[in-house]
Design a protein around this ligand. Structure first.
Ligand SMILES: [Fe+2]
Length: 222
């Protein structure tokens, strides 16, 4: 059973955001031990890292991680790289958990489905292109479907290195979906291709549809 999404983004020092599902609820797409480690160890590690960086500049602790990352270029030199890497890891994981839900047969509906069909030809073609981009990405990173409000609400598939965030983009490009391309996300005994095949069953397309409509309505804190 999933719980509603938190409507606001907390300010720092950041807590580990609770999951909307139990550690065993995403199996078999993500086994319980892998999810527990991913949340409690990997994500917590990034939170500890960004909190430690911001403790050196407490004037930034009153902001959400999204607000800080949008202004990454304006951060003081002594914390910018730590916030980029550790804070990016926190924000990417926080977004990743939001779009997941227990495995089910789901697909986009309504205006989001129409936009995917119009942009990519079909949902199946979109999935193929997303997987191709993710498989072509070298090393750890993240794959996204983003929407560009200032470019006619264009949809675009992209991948980013390491823990880079769509929040760094000079043109606002809110993420609609995100996929963790680090080895720790694959799950026991899987490679990236196997993880991608399992990933589709986890996406909460109802929530993605709400994000899509929210961007069209001018919401910036999704
Ligand atoms: Fe991860």
């Amino acid at each position: 059973m999933s719980t509603p999404h938190a409507p606001v983004h907390p300010v720092g020092p950041y807590p580990l955001p609770p999951l909307r599902f139990g550690y065993g609820d995403l199996a078999p797409a993500i086994d319980e031990a892998s999810l527990r480690h991913h949340h409690l160890v990997v994500h917590q590690g990034y939170i500890d890292g960004v909190n430690a960086a911001l403790a050196r500049r407490p004037e930034f602790l009153g902001k959400s991680i999204e607000e800080i990352l949008r202004g990454i270029r304006n951060l003081p030199d002594d914390i910018r790289e730590d916030v980029r890497v550790q804070g990016g890891g926190h924000a990417d994981h926080q977004f990743f958990w939001k779009i997941l839900s227990p495995p089910a047969e789901r697909r986009p509906a309504g205006p989001l489905a129409a936009a995917i069909d119009q942009t990519f030809g079909s949902f199946e073609r979109f999935k193929t292109l997303f997987e191709e981009a993710a498989l072509a990405h070298e090393g750890p990173g993240w794959a996204f479907l983003v929407i560009k409000p200032k470019s006619g609400f264009k949809l675009e598939i992209l991948t980013l290195d390491g823990n880079d965030s769509v929040l760094f983009a000079s043109e606002p490009s809110p993420g609609l979906i995100i996929c963790d391309l680090w080895d720790h996300a694959h799950g026991a005994g899987r490679d990236r291709r196997g993880w991608l095949a399992a990933y589709w069953s986890l996406i909460d397309w109802d929530y993605i549809g709400e994000r899509f409509v929210g961007v069209h309505e001018g919401k910036t804190h999704l």
